[in-house]
Design a protein around this ligand. Structure first.
Ligand code: G3I
Length: 336
């Protein structure tokens, strides 16, 4: 029998190993979750729309199940996410049901405050860190911040406000700014500038979340390493928050694969190995590496960006068995 090492033990001295979970994976992947992971993130169930779809009516039931599972299995929980332009109900931004009038700055601040306070207090003793603000930075050239309704109504200050409210609600929680394309040089610059400004203004931000939705060719290893070093130079903690490695480049629109090719699996293994070498080399600032799923049976990439197309982005296959990438990642420890 081949003994399969536990990822969380392999990386015990480097960082926590996390998985994003939903109802399906929580119900069907209990064993593999308990074996390999020591951190959980809710893929959807702690987002604004999941918790407060209707104003003033808070539903913590799905999130509570994740917290209970984490407690029973000695895991920590990352909170995701409090302020985002997506999966936020429309009532938040309007004064009326017909959505004809935008909320005032004061009203939106009040709603932001109520949401953050209620959610953070509810999970005060069970959630270690929060992605307080998610994806507020613009990808396209020119603008630094995304023109979301948070931004349009409250102005650039909405980010500082969210972190200040979060810190007051639970001073023990570690507070993160989380984003994707986090290794693209132009966006790195914008994220860096944003967090630097917050630190200079005394805003309680403790870390940067690097989502790391990557593929077989992008981003380059150099860009990744430079991004990590630039963020680390701010003196904040870094979490890898949503890692997956698509077997398709973004431009690749093929739909005919029923399973990954040997070539894709081999390339994916090489990429994962290189990524984990970089993470390990920076384990003094990286506290946690979370995958945006558990195994290849389910990923949000099934159907994205090409409808009805399966993807295989993780270390474990559809039956939770180790893939070539798993062994290469585990072996980064022995090579050093
Ligand atoms: O819950 C409804 C359900 O009631 C309805 O019947 C069904 C029909 O489409 O939709 C369900 O909602 C879906 C939800 O996932 C729960 O399954 C939404 O349509 C779908 O858009 C949503 O997708 C999520 C996506 O965020 C939304 O932007 C993905 O599962 C989730 O993996 C993804 O996660 C994001 C991170 O939060 C932030 N970073 C990027 C990452 C990947 O996009």
């Amino acid at each position: 029998h081949l003994i399969i090492p536990r990822l969380k033990e392999v990386f015990h001295d480097s960082f926590r190993i996390g998985a994003a979970v939903n109802d399906f994976t929580l119900e069907t992947r209990e064993e593999v979750l308990a074996k390999h992971f020591n951190s959980l993130t809710a893929e959807n169930s702690m987002k604004f729309v999941s918790i407060q779809e209707e104003e003033g009516v808070f539903d913590f039931s799905e999130g509570n199940r994740i917290v209970a599972f984490a407690k029973a299995n000695d895991m920590v929980v990352r909170g995701h996410t409090l302020v985002w332009h997506n999966q936020t109900p429309e009532w938040v931004f309007y004064t009326d049901k017909d959505k004809t009038t935008l909320a005032s700055k004061e009203l939106l601040l009040e709603r932001m405050t109520t949401h953050i306070q209620t959610v953070m207090k509810h999970y005060e003793d069970s959630i270690l860190c929060w992605d307080v603000v998610n994806e507020a930075i613009e990808d396209k050239e020119g603008m630094r911040l995304r023109e979301s309704l948070w931004y349009k109504i409250m102005g650039e200050d909405f980010i500082d406000q969210a972190f200040r409210i979060a810190h007051a609600a639970n001073p023990k929680a570690q507070l993160f700014y989380n984003d994707y394309n986090e290794s693209t040089p132009e966006k790195v610059e914008k994220i860096y500038t944003t967090v630097k400004g917050m630190l200079e203004r005394g805003v309680p931000v403790h870390g940067i979340g690097l989502q790391c939705h990557w593929n077989l060719n992008n981003p380059s290893l150099t860009d990744i390493e430079q991004a990590i070093e630039k963020y680390a130079s701010l003196g904040v903690r870094l979490h890898i928050t949503e890692m997956d490695v698509s077997v398709f480049d973004f431009e690749d629109r093929r739909t005919d694969l029923l399973r990954p090719t040997e070539e894709q699996l081999e390339l994916q293994a090489k990429r994962y190995e290189a990524f984990f070498k970089i993470f390990r080399a920076h384990s003094d600032v990286i506290d946690s590496v979370t995958f945006w799923g558990v195994d290849d049976a389910y990923t949000w990439l099934d159907g994205f960006p090409v409808p009805d197309r399966k993807n295989w982005p993780f270390l474990l296959d559809e039956k939770s068995e180790p893939k070539p990438a798993f062994w290469r990642v585990v072996n980064t420890l022995e090579e050093k």
